[in-house]
Design a protein around this ligand. Structure first.
Ligand code: HEM
Length: 482
């Protein structure tokens, strides 16, 4: 017995000594290589658990705040299995984004690549990425939205709102609208039984992005991989049909049409991966921003009253109360644009981006070695009181005086920047604006129950924001006659 206790005691001492040695060695290396200051936390897991538990709470900011006040806006940590340089510095963030493909490369874990498919825009690199990025941009730019997409955006939003009675789960409705819009934009499909079935598979696929990515242990991830196969099969079928009709001279004005008609001769697999990644990139992001804009407005009655007034006025200027939203209407939504900007700033749906250094990088007195992971945090910049007064308060009016809020492009980057700037940035803004227009002019609402923001694994509301809606009675005096 005594022997066992001694052995146990000795093992503990040796293990502790090894642990201390390991930590000393790591901090020695950290000091020598002029890395930004910081802590690595525990071996292997680093500071991942602290990060996750902060983002699971309703106030995640202290995780970054405490490190920024100790080490400054650029610090070293160890998260998700790797030492990582964390940047809360707007200049470094801009430097990272604009040197994409030269000094930094995007890096996704294999589990994400499997879900996206190897030909997705998010995984493409080099000249192919450049070409496909600009093709995607050209399919969601303001001219295309004005001349083609706006009509469908307005129509599909109205169609969905027609079915709203009493209790509505706003996040679910927003997802439905976003999915239908994307199917229309990519492949000219109107909602039907087939798109509904595809959506059900697609939802399983999306869940995979937020699961533990180990097929053996995670049913969600396994299910997502299987759903991906089925979604890809369905999309391949569409691509084959469209290829045949394209060869017969039929051309549709959508993203699939552009991919088939271009001189690139993409394979079916390439096109499927490409379309699928576009569906993924716009789905959770746009639907979340739609839900959170409504939540922020509901919690800020003055802003809600002002936005209602703006949209009632747009309706009042039309002869026909059913008239479509036109480009000029969108352009006249000045306060709405402040609400959109502020929602994107506060919500930070994409909180930041991971990259990997392609070479040793010296910046701001530090050296980040080749192969290291860096995280450019948009959230840390957007919520920093040095850049925004009362940074953690929803204040759409700050955007009325652009000089404060948009003073430097570096401090406002909800859509990223550089060669990987979000190609859907204008589309997302238009969808949100038209949605708000149709919502506030048609309904008034109250939250059905208390719901709060959560931040892990993504920013959203805990209960998908249930609301009780009532049709508004817009007085006839609001509608101009003659
Ligand atoms: C509020 C809505 C949205 C937000 C906040 C958002 C944000 C972002 C951000 C920050 C990036 C940069 C990622 C990186 O640098 O690694 C990005 C990339 C991307 N976004 Fe969006 N996005 C939104 C909506 C959309 C929509 C509607 C589409 C559909 C067209 C879309 C398609 C993409 C694609 C394809 C990329 C990858 C670009 C590339 O790697 O070259 N996004 N988005």
């Amino acid at each position: 017995m005594e022997f066992c206790v001694t052995v146990l005691f000795c093992s503990c001492v040796i293990l502790s000594a090894l642990l201390v040695l390991l930590l000393l060695l790591r901090s020695y290396r950290l000091g020598r290589s002029h890395l930004p200051p910081g802590t690595y936390g525990l071996p292997l897991i680093g500071e991942t658990l602290q990060l996750i538990s902060a983002y699971k709470s309703d106030n995640p900011e202290p995780f970054v705040d405490s490190r920024v006040s100790r080490y400054g806006p650029i610090f070293t940590t160890h998260i998700f299995g790797e030492p990582t340089v964390f940047s809360a510095d707007p200049d470094l963030n801009r430097f990272i984004m604009s040197n994409e493909g030269k000094l930094f490369d995007c890096s996704y874990p294999g589990s994400i690549s499997n879900l996206l498919g190897k030909h997705s825009l998010l995984l493409m690199k080099g000249s192919l990425h450049k070409r496909m990025h600009s093709l995607t941009m050209s399919f969601a730019n303001s001219t295309i939205i004005r001349e083609h997409l706006l009509l469908d955006i307005d129509r599909l939003i109205r169609l969905n709102l027609n079915s709203w009675t009493d209790r509505v789960l706003l996040m679910e409705e927003a997802k439905k609208i976003t999915f239908e819009l994307t199917m229309k934009q990519l492949m000219s499909f109107d909602p039907c039984e087939w798109t509904e079935r595809l959506k059900n598979e697609y939802v399983l696929l999306i869940e995979g992005f937020f699961s533990v990515p180990i097929p053996l242990f995670s049913t969600t991830y396994r299910r997502a991989i299987m759903a991906r196969t089925r979604v890809a099969e369905e999309l391949s079928w569409v691509v084959r049909q469209r290829r045949t009709s394209c060869e017969a001279g039929e051309r549709k004005n959508d993203m699939l049409g552009a991919l088939l008609a271009g001189g690139d001769h993409f394979s079916d697999e390439q096109i499927v991966d490409f379309l699928l990644a576009l569906l993924v990139a716009g789905y959770e992001t746009t639907s979340t921003i739609m839900t959170l804009a409504v939540k922020f407005l509901t919690d800020t009655p003055l802003a809600l009253a002002q936005i209602k007034e703006e949209h009632d006025q747009i309706r009042a200027n039309k002869n026909d109360p059913e008239a479509l939203v036109e480009w000029n209407d969108y352009k006249s939504m000045k306060f709405t644009q402040c609400v959109v900007n502020e929602t994107l700033r506060m919500a930070n749906i994409i909180g930041g981006i991971f990259r990997r250094t392609m070479t040793d990088i010296s910046i701001k007195g530090y050296t980040i070695p080749k192969g290291w992971k860096v995280f450019a945090s948009f959230r840390a910049v957007h919520l920093n009181p040095d850049h925004y007064k009362d940074a953690r308060t929803f204040d759409p009016w700050r955007w009325q005086n652009n000089s404060e809020a948009a003073g430097s492009g570096n401090v406002y980057t909800p859509f990223g920047g550089g060669p990987r700037l979000c190609p859907g940035y204008e589309l997302a803004r238009v969808v949100l604006s038209v949605f708000l227009h149709r919502l506030v002019t048609r309904f008034s609402w109250v939250p059905a129950e208390e719901d709060k923001l959560v931040f892990f694994p993504t920013t959203r509301t805990q209960k998908r924001y249930p609301i009780i809606v009532r049709e508004r009675n817009l007085s006839k005096s609001h509608v101009r006659t003659g």
